[in-house]
Design a protein around this ligand. Sequence first.
Ligand SMILES: [Fe+2]
Ligand SMILES: [Fe+2]
Length: 361
Amino acid sequence: MSDEDAVEEAEELESLDEIETSAETPEADLLPRDREEDDYLQKARATFASNPFPVLLLSERMRIEFANEACERLFTDYYRLSGNLFSDAFGKALGAGVLHELYGSVHSREKGYSWKGLIRSKTRGSGTVLTKAYLFPLYSVGSRSPSNYIAFFDDVTTENKNLLRSVFLSLLEASKLKDNDTGKHIQRVNLYARRFAEILYDQFGYQSIDRDFIEDIGFLASMHDVGKIGTPDDILNKEGPLAEWEWSIMQEHTKNGAYILSTYPNPMAREIALNHHERWDGTGYPFKIENSMIPLSARIVSIADVYDALRMKRSYKEAFDHATAIENVKEWSGSHFDPALVDVFERIDGEFEKIYEENAD
Ligand SMILES: [Fe+2]
Ligand SMILES: [Fe+2]
């Protein structure tokens, strides 16, 4: 984290504290209520207890009084709900700015004492859950301002992911019309890269790998050559060696890919397309960056892509067997590839072989 980020985060946390301390003390919520209010809350609890939609009941002070089963299940890896202030549970995910807006909105008559927005919750082990959230006021008999709030959540994680992916899958289909690599090749690169990331997840020194990273690389690795959509056919399909000027046009597929994938919300898409031909010793392309300057995702995809290319028959070479492909990868440890990753690769090379055999062309 840069210094600036750290300062920003500290400031954000401070302002979250302000919100929490500006709310009434927890004791205020525990003052005896009148019977009528108890009845009304009990009815609300009973109504939503086994409802399949995730629901929270909040006090006037935004303390979570009740979370139904569906809601506990949805957020079980992310927050402790019941008894907590709403800001304690969701504050960090929303950020100080949105939380201020939310609190302003649920206390504003003009805004109907309501709020709606998106909450992105994340942990290393469980990845991201994206939910739409709707907060509405509840009124006890005779009351003119909200005596409680109710929150509904709609889990849109899968919907959102599928929509996004379908757009990029069409792009991948379009690029396959030009590139002579097979659909199976890109499928296998996804599988190797995903497995690689799963192994690294448990290793010391790879804290940046979380569940999202594993999911994402298992989809985005296949996009590494999407930029070839912009490479002229006669260069792409040329038999025999490329002239220098042709080679420099060929290399552009990395930058083109990064450009095409720049609208993908996760920067990993761009990183893989741009850097999958960079080499550990700085002799790759397009920018000759080296070592850990090359994003980890691209270092992983680079090994997966080359191993698979070695196994395949190409116009300029025969297909290598697994043992020969492994020898080549090992030989390029420290020059082409990150040596720490090659060490891991050697430990799981049998899994690579299995993926190749099970998904052969
Ligand atoms: Fe490439
Ligand atoms: Fe490839």
